[in-house]
Design a protein around this ligand. Structure first.
Ligand code: CMP
Length: 478
């Protein structure tokens, strides 16, 4: 609410002061003298005239007081603005004027009618009670308004939620806080309600965040979904550039994986539009990357066993992948097919441990997608001694020698591995003696790598022949 200009506020009472001053002067001049032995009629005329003079006098002084208070108010709050750099709240200005008016009024009553506040008090006690009861709500609002101005829990332009109303604070007066809702409605919340209720405040220039929910199908990799959605929303309009949005899995729902995007806004008052834009960006990210929004449906999976084991890929593709692993190159297509059917596919998130040093192990793995780090404990700190990519194998040392796992193997990115068990290998050893030979070479090479790390025990040291016969013995091939 804008205040009327000073000129207008001062001019009107000034004109009134002049008029009442003139009236006072004229009435005093016209006051008839009371002759000795005046009649009742003359006395009454004189008394009426005296009252008229007093009324004109009070009106004159009241108008002067009005001019003075308004001018003083302007001056005081002009200085306030200069010193503090912002306008004083309307409530403070109104209270300031009220106190001055009451003081001036008391002085005028004393001067003109010789009435003091103390004399008025007994008579006004009852009136006070009546007024107090009638103005209970108004006074409550006033006092709550004073404490609001002192506490300053929110400012003009902040978004607040009080009860069921959410909107932008457009004014704070001595009676109520005016909120403009997002449907452009004006809601007036009495200051007493504000003082009683809990208020949620989103400061205008604060780093306010919002959370938008979405879901993706179980077949879509969380690592990819999180990455693509984060990239898609971070540059959306009104999203704070310097805080990267957070995308995370919030639950495993009935129809799909449930996610949330937490993002920060430049202008919080536009959060409805920005939420909508974020959802739109998610839709496009899904479309570009071939992700699926899950529907609340029951899906009956009718897949071949081999496809299940191979993470959706058929046995032929997996056999092709295994044929590229150097130690399996001597195997026939039939043997590779049988190996693919007997293997199981597993998927690991970045940083997940696939093999733990010291554990027993009766299977080996082939990386079918992604990559792994081979880590050992070097003087108490983890150290990566090798990185294995697609087509590489690991876990063969424990499988073929029966000794504990020699290192930790950790997924360096989202990784799929094919697990091949003891039984599947035993059959191949009988028909492919070269396979045992190739394996013992690989194991010896890796042991050398392990031994290069002083604090690592690579298991018993064996000669090539010693290792060969150990593998044969372990698999009952002798
Ligand atoms: P295993 O001992 O069963 O479990 C840990 C695996 O890490 C081990 O088998 C090997 O497959 C692998 N590994 C150990 N040392 C090396 C190395 N120097 N280079 C590559 N892989 C290794």
């Amino acid at each position: 609410m804008t205040r009327p200009p000073l000129k207008k506020k001062v001019a009107v009472p000034l004109v009134l002061a002049v008029l009442f001053g003139l009236a006072w002067y004229v009435l005093s001049r016209l006051m008839p003298e009371l002759p000795a032995g005046a009649t009742d009629q003359q006395r009454m005329t004189r008394a009426a005239n005296e009252w008229a003079v007093t009324v004109a006098q009070i009106a004159f002084w009241m108008s002067v007081a009005l001019v003075a208070v308004r001018a003083l108010n302007e001056l005081t709050f002009f200085i306030f603005r200069k010193r503090k750099g912002y306008d004083a709240p309307a409530l403070m200005r109104d209270l300031f004027s009220l106190v001055l008016f009451v003081t001036a009024g008391a002085a005028i009553l004393k001067y003109t009618l010789d009435l003091s506040f103390a004399a008025l008090l007994p008579g006004s006690a009852l009136l006070g009670i009546v007024l107090g009861l009638a103005l209970q709500d108004t006074l409550g609002n006033l006092f709550s308004g004073i404490s609001l101005h002192a506490d300053k829990p929110f400012q003009l332009g902040d978004v607040i939620t009080v009860g069921k109303h959410t909107g932008v604070v457009s004014s704070i007066t001595w009676r109520a806080v005016k909120i403009k809702t997002f449907s452009n409605h004006i809601v007036l919340v009495g200051n007493t309600s504000i003082a009683k209720e809990s208020i949620e405040v989103c400061p205008q220039n604060g780093q306010n965040a919002r959370i938008v929910f979405f879901s993706a199908a179980y077949t879509d990799s969380p690592v990819k979904v999180i990455h693509e959605v984060r990239e898609a929303v971070r540059e959306a309009e009104n999203v704070l550039r310097y805080i990267t949005p957070v995308v995370r899995v919030r639950g495993l729902g009935e129809s799909g994986v449930d996610y949330e995007v937490k993002y920060w806004l430049s202008d919080y008052t536009r959060y409805n539009d920005t939420d909508a834009l974020i959802r739109q960006r998610i839709w496009y990210a899904f479309r570009r990357n071939g992700f699926t929004f899950p529907f609340p449906t029951r899906t009956v999976l009718m897949e071949e066993v081999a496809a299940q084991n191979g993470g959706g890929r058929d046995a032929e593709t997996l056999a092709g992948l295994l044929s590229a692993v150097d130690i399996f190159s001597p195997l026939t297509p039939e043997e590779l097919n049988a190996l693919a059917l007997a293997s199981k596919n597993h998927v690991f998130a970045p940083g997940e441990t696939i093999i733990r040093a010291g554990d027993d192990g009766d299977s080996m793995f082939v990386v079918s997608r992604g990559g792994v780090d081979v880590r050992v404990d070097s003087n108490g700190a983890p150290r990566t001694i090798n990185r294995l990519g697609e087509g590489a194998f690991f876990g063969e040392m424990a499988l073929f020698t029966g000794e504990p796992r020699t290192a930790n193997v950790v997924a360096s990115e989202e990784t799929e591995v094919l697990e091949i068990g003891h039984d599947a290998m035993r059959g191949l050893f009988r028909t492919n003696p070269d396979l045992v030979e190739a394996l013992s070479h690989a194991i010896n090479e890796r042991r050398a790598g392990l031994l290069a790390n002083a604090s690592v025990s690579a298991g018993e040291e064996d000669t090539h022949d010693g290792l060969l016969s150990k593998i044969k013995r372990f698999f009952g091939l002798d």
